[in-house]
Design a binder for this molecule. Sequence first.
Ligand code: AHR
Length: 326
Amino acid sequence: MRLTKGVVLIVSFLFLISLSSCTSQTEPEASDDSIVIGFSQLGSESSWREKNTESVLDAAKAANFKVLYENAHQKQANQIKAIRSFIASRVDVIVFSPIVETGWDTVLTEARDAGIPVVLNDRNINVADDSLYTTFVGLDVYKQGKMAAEFLQKKFPDPNQAVKIMEIQGTRDSTPTINRHQGFIDELKDEPRFELVATDHGDFMASKGEECLRNLSQTIDLANIDVIYCHNDDMTRGVLNYLETTTFKPGEDLVIVSVDGQQDAIDALKTGKINCDIECNPNTGPKLISVIEHMLLGGEVEKQYYLEDQVFSEFDDLDDLKDRGY
Ligand code: AHR
């Protein structure tokens, strides 16, 4: 059955008459029957992001939802503006992928005052009152950080070997940056031989990943580094571009660990230029929309839904791996 405002109203109506013997209620009229979602995507910084946007828009279309879509081009101010425009348009649900975790309390209070539920896609937020959003659908990025560290424990099994790590993080204050870092260091905390010697932020973009490594290598001799841990595949592409201008062989002189599972990184893994790629599943759309449908029909929803991720590494046989699609 197609979920429309009419269906939502009928279900609510049936629920109400089942609760009381009231006979005078009538079903309110809706001028347009489609459920309308306001979707604020944070930007298009990576191939992963493009695929995630496509996944949400396709799933919404398959459910016959109307979508008001806004791309924030990496600016929180644009996302806040988009959310305010969705409130003014009286959408049924606001979906957004927050670029950073903080700074949402005021605008989400406005959404709550307007009676519009908010659903987070992909990234989480840090607000004083958790009831400002209904639910979250995304990835366990803390676990991704742990899986990256677990690969290094397997790659460097000698307990006496020192391992010096350079980390290229994503956007400051964003969920994947905070938690890919935290999961990684938590996993390695009992093994001081793994040492994080340098960190920079590349905003999840290839050009900035390249810039980070160029800048870091001005002060740190890459000959003293064993591992580059990059928070996403686009930044890894930038890192590989930079290394091409040097004599260092990625995958051999420097172990490269990345996150996302994009096709270009899988290709680099197959040719030995990177050593491990932790998947970050971009296909949140179907789960997101099914959770929204359930929520609109008055069903209870959990606070968080996580999709599963897997690890691709030099220890795996990747011959039969299907095209990743992003
Ligand atoms: O929030 C998910 C991350 O954001 C992906 O790893 C990255 O590619 C994207 O920019």
